[in-house]
Structures are given as C-alpha cells and as structure tokens.
Design a protein around this ligand. Structure first.
Ligand code: ATP
Ligand code: MG
Length: 276
C-alpha cells in the first residue's frame, strides 16, 4: 500500500484554518499493482520558498509521491502549483535537503540527467525550428544518439500522432498537435516522471481527450509517475489517482479524486465548489 501524507504543521500556517490540532497525518491509501508498490519516487520535505520581496510562496511542503501514480495538483491561481512542479526538475533550485528523487537529494544529481528522467510539458507547447522529427530527435542527439526513423515513428504513435507529421514544421500544425509533438519530444528522453503544468488548458476537448488518453497509457503500460497541475477539477477526477489541494503555498488537503467534495479547508472547498 502506498500513501501520500502531509503533516499537521502545514495546516497550522493557513490563515483560514482555525487552530484545532489535527493529530494524524492526512493520508490516502492507493493500491498499485506491481512490485514497486511502496516505492517513493519523490520525497519532498519542508520545501519553502520566499520571494525576493520577502513574501512566502511555499510554506513548508511535505509530500511523498509514489512511483507509478498520477498525482493531480489543484488550487487557486498563485497558490504555488507551478513553483512546486519546477522544483522537481530544478527549473527552480530548491534548498538542499528538501527534494529527493529515489532517495537522493536532487541537488546531488546532474541537472541534465535529472531533466531527462523528469520531463516537463508546459501550458503552451514551444517547438524548436525544423521538422517534427528534428524536434523529437533533439534530446537523444544531445547524448550522441541519433534516433532511427522507425524510433521517431514509434514516439509519434505513442503521442497519438500518425506518420504524416514526421516532416511537418511547427507552422503547419495546430496547438493540440504541437502539444503532442512536445510530449513525443519529452518521451524521446525515456523519462521516468512527467511533470505536466496545465498541458491541456489551451486545447479543444478532443485534443484534451487525446492527451489524457496518452497520459493514462503511459502510467498503465510504462508505470510512469505523473504529476499534473490542472485547473479542471473534472480532468483531475478523470485521470488522477490522488489529488493535492494547494492553497497559499500550503498543501491543505490530500484526497482521492472521488472525495474532493469532502475537502474541509474553507478556501479549498470554495475553490472546488466554484470549479465544479
Ligand atoms: N520568480 C518569481 N519571483 C517572485 N514571485 C514569484 C516568482 N514566481 C512565482 N512567484 C509568485 O509565487 C506565487 C506562486 O506562483 P505559481 O506560479 O507557482 O502559482 P500557480 O499556483 O502555478 O498559479 P497559476 O494557477 O496562476 O499558474 C505567486 O504569488 C507568484 O506571483
Ligand atoms: Mg502555474
């Protein structure tokens, strides 16, 4: 049995929370098949960030992310969702001793190899110059590996794009298709984790469904760990195994997707009600 837990100290810092002490860790059990049932991919301990002006952005995040789950992160704008994601592949350098990947402090890992293992997709896909195939070959090429045409086709297919995209350029494809190319380009690095920061928010419902299907397939067939920020509660309910609610730099709830309406934190509850 795996779990994600957050501790009481996170709740005390919330201005909306009364001072009633919650004695137990908030945990959610998630059953996962396979031998990595209890393995933790990311361990986050007391992750804190303060802006240059001295304003708190993250107020001591504690979280274990088990291997092979889809973790959804939801919360109001400015609550720190992207900041947490960016800490996981060092787009923002977290303090030492706060983020661990397979039990190793990520600051002790080579940053480029960490980013290969922990790929990221953003809200707006940005393709490099050249063809779709050039984009997909980019990452492996940095390591001196040239993907064969066949390997490129397989990656296109994994991202639900047919072979006709191989020679297209960024200017010839839609945003939804570009997001799938960006996904194929990320997958070319054979990541173990995908960080997704609202990857479907600029896509139509069909492109959104395509991306969601690919994400679920990657979890199911490859045991990939996926951390996804989304403003769509419905989307999180469709695909996540577990949901963290982030409010004002604090994880205030960890819930199963079908239990979101049981959130107790007032801001979280209001956010969820308005988003439903
Ligand atoms: N480089 C920075 N310097 C100063 N403040 C920052 C910086 N990056 C983010 N912030 C602030 O940190 C807070 C959290 O930002 P973040 O982008 O993580 O929020 P978010 O939850 O992803 O919001 P959204 O849903 O709008 O994307 C915000 O108040 C933001 O203004
Ligand atoms: Mg964000």
């Amino acid at each position: 049995m795996s779990y994600i837990s957050i501790d009481q100290s996170q709740l005390q810092s919330s201005p909306d929370e009364d001072h009633e002490v919650r004695e137990h860790l908030l945990t959610v059990d998630i059953q996962q098949p396979g031998e990595d049932v209890c393995a933790t991919r990311f361990r986050i301990r007391d992750l804190t960030k303060v802006s240059d002006a001295g304003a708190p952005i993250l107020k001591g995040i504690n979280m274990d992310i088990p291997k092979g789950v889809i973790l959804g992160i939801v919360g109001p704008s400015g609550s720190g969702k992207s900041t947490v994601l960016r800490a996981l592949n060092r787009l923002w350098e977290p303090p030492s001793g706060t983020v661990f990947y397979d039990d190793r402090d990520i600051l002790d890992l080579d940053v480029l190899s960490l980013r290969r293992k922990v790929g990221m997709l953003f809200q707006i896909p940005v393709l490099f110059e050249g063809t779709v195939a050039d984009n997909i070959r980019y990452g492996p090429q940095l390591k001196g590996k040239k993907l064969t045409d066949n390997e490129v086709h397989n990656l296109l297919s994994l991202a639900d794009l047919d072979s006709s995209f191989f020679n297209k350029t960024g200017g010839e494809i839609s945003v939804g298709q570009a997001q799938r190319v960006a996904l194929a380009r990320t997958l070319a690095n054979e990541p173990e984790v995908l960080l997704l920061d609202e990857p479907t928010s600029s896509l139509d419902p069909i492109s959104t469904e395509n991306i969601e299907e690919v994400i679920m397939k990657l979890k199911k067939k490859r045991g990939m760990t996926i951390v996804m920020v989304s403003h769509s509660i419905k989307q999180i309910q469709r695909i996540a195994d577990i949901v963290c609610l982030l409010v004002d730099g604090t994880i205030v709830e960890v819930l199963k997707p079908d239990k979101l309406s049981e959130a107790k934190h007032p801001t979280a509850l209001r956010f969820l009600q308005l988003s439903a």
